[in-house]
Design a protein around this ligand. Structure first.
Ligand code: PLP
Length: 642
């Protein structure tokens, strides 16, 4: 990569941010240096994200802003169904593919509705894991014959409502997560006189190697082991319910990065299926769970934020493995269910965040040095002068020594503020020069200098909350591709970490995708001023549609963000239209979530203004204006507005 302005090209930017690797054909950078979305990959229009940002500003939508490309959702559903279809044909597989979307991965009604609509012709169904999800799915899933798979622990209420679905003519399958649950299903179903369709989740020995490996293996939280499966079989036989046992399920964890793990798990699961069938149970479905990974870093490696396989390799391996086992065991091929979540929704949403400031170690303030400087300052000036000659590492050590002396002297009260400021400024300047030397020489970089590089990085201050919008980055170090939305015709000249606006030191992003490993800083452009102040600089957080989209926490009472749902339309001027705007939480909504009643707050503030008027501290006209501002403010967005 060249950081030289004259030699820099958009192609360099594409390579630096890896956009044509993780973008999966949905995102790229155009020749004008702006990020574009191609929601139908090569088969449809292209939308510049900065255009969508302009539209948002015109419509007075503040940032952070979540852009949903509804066409991408539809494209993903069709791509997965299509890939399974092709694999079924290629392998002369005799069963069908029946996809279900696990609602927990993105519960937003508009997302679930779009998926169901896109999957209508494929009989795409839903998977739920809780009572609230079941209540939503029961209402939305109205295609006769489509599946509603009920995972997760269940109580009698859960089972009763699921059986209500059966009575409505839906194909609801109650998946047993533990043996007692089967006893309860039998009790409730007998009471309401409905023959349930039952699935059993198996606890496979196969384990994944990703972040969510604990979902599989012998110590998994859900599922039955082989002895429990035998006990369940006895229970079903005793009830005369052999025909109710319809599905065998397993799930070894989300984001399985290695195809060999997928293969092993499917082989084990298919073997269970075949053995149960041979015991005389007319099982129809084998549910391979979720786990189809998203290549967040574009490395195509068996690394936790990537995947060493394509969608086609996945569907082929699943179909082929099940087919081979069933042929060998001479049992009919099951219909294959998969519960892909992230692979369906991750790509469709982009979070746009505005950078509004920088904390930089160097370059902000120019200090003047005279003849009568403090000894430490003089020493550092000498180190700086001598940098061109001699060992750079030794110069760095000498500068570090001065900085530490300054710290001790300040603590003892024998160093003044002005001298401390000069010592620190000179220290960081020297560090920057030492680092530049190692970078240019391309010689081995000592570890302490690499660490220095991370310390020297700027902090770009971004108007968002990690806890609301990036919870799984905070909790489990999930990586997301982050790219400036424009300026890609110029090289990024700064290295930075990102900090949010919550009052929490954890509210930051210090890990970024990389082809090799994980980066500690993100290359960004220097912020610029224009006539009106700081020129807006927007970052896109990509592949945000799974989990992080809906897991947000109200830390500091920063609420859900504004959303725009974009649909391609070649007849519209920008090639798209805004199908829907969903306003983020207002301040009063976030306050209500923690028991503050709006009217009560207004009443208490009014009481204080009344007292101030009575004490003649404030004029009544002014008090009314301020009270009005307080009341209007409660309707405002929880984030900063610039
Ligand atoms: C039972 C079950 N099915 C499906 C999924 C979705 O997995 P993914 O998003 O990796 O496809 C999960 C998530 O962990 C799950 O627990």
């Amino acid at each position: 990569m060249s950081s030289d302005k004259n030699n820099w090209s958009v192609e360099d930017a594409r390579n630096l941010y890896g956009i044509d690797r993780w973008g999966a054909g949905y995102f790229n950078i155009n020749s004008a240096g702006r990020v574009v979305a191609q929601p139908l990959q090569g088969a449809g229009g292209m939308v510049e994200l900065t255009e969508v940002v302009k539209t948002a500003r015109k419509r007075k939508l503040n940032f952070p802003l979540l852009i949903r490309f509804q066409d991408i959702l539809r494209h993903r559903v069709r791509a997965i169904c299509g890939a399974f279809g092709k694999s079924i044909e290629r392998n002369q597989y005799e069963g069908k593919y029946r996809g279900v979307f696990p609602v927990k991965v993105n519960q937003l009604r508009e997302v679930v509705e779009e998926i169901l609509d896109a999957g209508k012709s494929h009989g795409y169904g839903l998977e739920v894991g809780s009572k609230p999800e079941l209540f939503a799915a029961l209402a939305l899933q109205d295609q006769p014959g489509s599946l509603l798979v009920c995972n997760g622990y269940k109580d009698a209420d859960f089972i009763r409502v699921a059986l209500m679905g059966t009575r409505l003519g839906k194909q609801v399958i109650l998946v047993v997560e533990k043996l007692d649950e089967l006893r309860q299903i039998i009790r409730v179903a007998n009471r309401v006189v409905v023959r349930p369709e039952i699935g059993i989740r198996m606890r496979l020995l196969s384990r994944s190697n990703g972040k969510w490996a604990d979902s599989g293996g012998e110590d998994a939280k859900f599922g039955l082991n082989t002895a429990e499966l035998m006990a369940a079989i006895d229970l079903l036989r005793a009830e005369g319910w052999e025909d109710c046992f319809r599905l065998l399920h397993f799930h070894i964890g989300s984001q399985v990065p290695d195809i060999l793990t997928v293969r092993k798990a499917v082989l084990e699961g298919a073997r269970f299926f075949a053995k149960v069938r041979k015991l005389g149970f007319p099982l129809r479905y084998l549910d391979v769970g979720g786990g189809l990974a998203v290549d967040y870093d574009g490395s195509r490696a068996a690394f936790e934020s990537s995947a060493n396989y394509s969608l086609e390799e996945y569907t082929n391996d699943v179909v082929q493995t099940i087919g081979e086992v069933c042929r060998a065991e001479e049992v009919p091929h099951p219909d294959i269910i998969s519960e892909s979540g992230r692979a369906v929704v991750a790509h469709h949403s982009v979070l746009v965040v505005e950078v509004f400031g920088v904390n930089a170690k160097t370059g902000k303030l120019r200090l003047k040095y005279g003849k009568e400087e403090h000894a430490l300052v003089r020493q550092l000036l000498k180190i700086r002068r001598g940098l061109a000659r001699g060992s750079k590492l030794a110069a760095y050590h000498a500068a570090l020594n001065c900085k530490e002396d300054a710290y001790n002297m300040f603590a003892l009260g024998v160093l003044e503020l002005e001298d401390k400021a000069k010592v620190e400024t000179l220290y960081w300047e020297i560090c920057q020069k030492v680092m530049a030397h190692f970078r240019e020489q391309e010689e081995h970089v000592p570890e302490e200098i690499s660490e220095l590089e991370d310390q020297m990085g700027d902090q770009y201050i971004c108007n968002f909350s990690v806890f609301q919008s990036l919870l799984d980055h905070w909790a489990v170090d999930q990586l997301f591709p982050i790219v400036p939305l424009n300026r890609h015709t110029e090289p990024p000249t700064r290295e930075a970490t990102l900090v949010d606006i919550t009052c929490d030191s954890d509210g930051e992003v210090r890990k970024f995708i990389d082809l090799e490993d994980v980066r500690d800083t993100l290359p960004l452009h220097a912020l610029r001023r224009n006539g009106k102040g700081m020129e807006p600089y927007y970052l896109g957080f990509f592949l945000m549609g799974a989990y992080s989209d809906v897991m947000g926490d109200l830390h500091n009472l920063f609420g859900r963000v504004n959303e725009m749902h974009v649909f391609l339309d070649p007849d519209e001027p920008g090639g798209y239209y805004i199908e829907e705007i969903i306003h983020g939480n207002s301040i009063s909504e976030c306050l209500a979530a923690v028991q503050y009643d709006r009217r009560e707050l207004e009443r208490q503030v009014k009481k204080q203004f009344d007292a101030a008027i009575r004490d003649t501290r404030i004029k009544s006209s002014e008090a009314m204006k301020l009270l009005d501002e307080y009341q209007r403010g409660l309707d405002g967005y929880t984030y900063l507005s610039f």
